[in-house]
Design a protein around this ligand. Structure first.
Ligand code: PMP
Length: 288
């Protein structure tokens, strides 16, 4: 596998970063997880826009322009002869000393990995996920804005461990006020009486690219979407629930905390959104 690393393509065995890299020492950096579908880098421009905003928010100057990032991403896929896959684009603060000081890091480290991934086993797209609410609360916007897709994922990792301990593949994280923020690596939607609801960014949700795609699809399908405060009750008593993420795509949720949602089967709204999403993945983006 060929990895893009700071302007060069190197074999994965040679793709190494320093132990003094602040991405490793402090989680100081930003990243994107992007999908490639039949030679189409899905919503690459939107991902790069979010990367640029994440970098701006942490006062990190990206080492490449938008076009250079597009070219490097596509070239990484081409060199690996990939038509379908998962792309991880990471920019760290770079090599510094053992103190926090980001201003002592001379230049950011940028690498792009293009590989394959399957997040959820296929049967869950048919039958739906049974998920739980995890005890760890999502870090709030006052501490670390959730819109920043940073390398600090420990908060989500704790949630992920708790979901697994409860026998679930994904878990809902509440914010400090007890409203739903998102899942550990996916955004959450409910459908109730013909309206889609999802937590706002201010509640602790990452502004997911898939979430944003669902907004666009819902508008085309004449389904109103509301960004709103959601409690666990709202999900227990919703008609339908689904999760969105680059890895997960659009996946139905059929139970939360042991309560079946709606009919306990993937619902018609979720299926319509998922079908519309699948149609879009090969056309909406940048072709290799
Ligand atoms: N929330 C979190 C915490 C995530 O890490 C992700 C990405 N896996 C998402 C939501 C979904 O975002 P996207 O649709 O951009 O992949």
């Amino acid at each position: 596998m060929q990895i893009y690393l700071d302007g060069q393509f190197v074999d994965s065995a040679e793709a190494k970063v320093s132990v003094f890299d602040h991405g490793l020492l402090y989680g100081d950096g930003v990243f994107e997880g992007i999908r490639l579908y039949d030679g189409n880098v899905f919503r690459l421009v939107e991902h790069l826009e979010r990367l640029e905003y994440s970098a701006k928010a942490i006062l990190l100057t990206l080492p490449l322009t938008r076009q250079e990032l597009i070219d490097a991403t596509c070239e990484t896929c081409r060199r690996n002869k990939l038509r379908d896959g998962y792309i991880r684009l990471v920019v760290t603060r770079g090599v510094g000393d053992l103190g926090l000081a980001p201003w002592l890091c001379a230049k950011p480290t940028l690498f792009i990995i293009a590989g394959t991934i399957q997040l959820y086993p296929p049967e869950h797209y048919e039958k739906g996920l049974r998920i739980v609410t995890v005890p760890t609360r999502r870090i709030g916007p006052a501490a670390l804005p959730p819109a920043i897709k940073s390398l600090n994922y420990l908060n989500n990792i704790l949630g992920k461990i708790e979901a697994r301990q409860a026998g679930a593949l994904e878990g809902i994280m509440l914010n400090e006020q007890g409203y739903i923020a998102e899942c550990t690596a996916d955004n959450l939607f409910i459908a109730h009486r013909g309206v889609l609801h999802t937590p706002a960014g201010s509640q602790g949700a990452l502004l997911g690219i898939t979430r944003d795609t669902v907004f666009a699809l819902a508008a085309e399908l004449d389904l109103p979407v509301r960004e709103t405060n959601l409690t666990r009750y709202d999900v227990w008593c919703a008609d339908e629930c689904f999760l969105t993420g680059s890895g997960a795509e659009v996946i139905p949720v059929v139970a939360l905390d042991g309560r079946e949602i709606g009919s306990g089967q993937p619902g018609p709204v979720t299926q319509r959104i998922r079908a519309a999403f699948r149609q879009r993945v090969t056309t909406d983006g940048v072709r290799l």
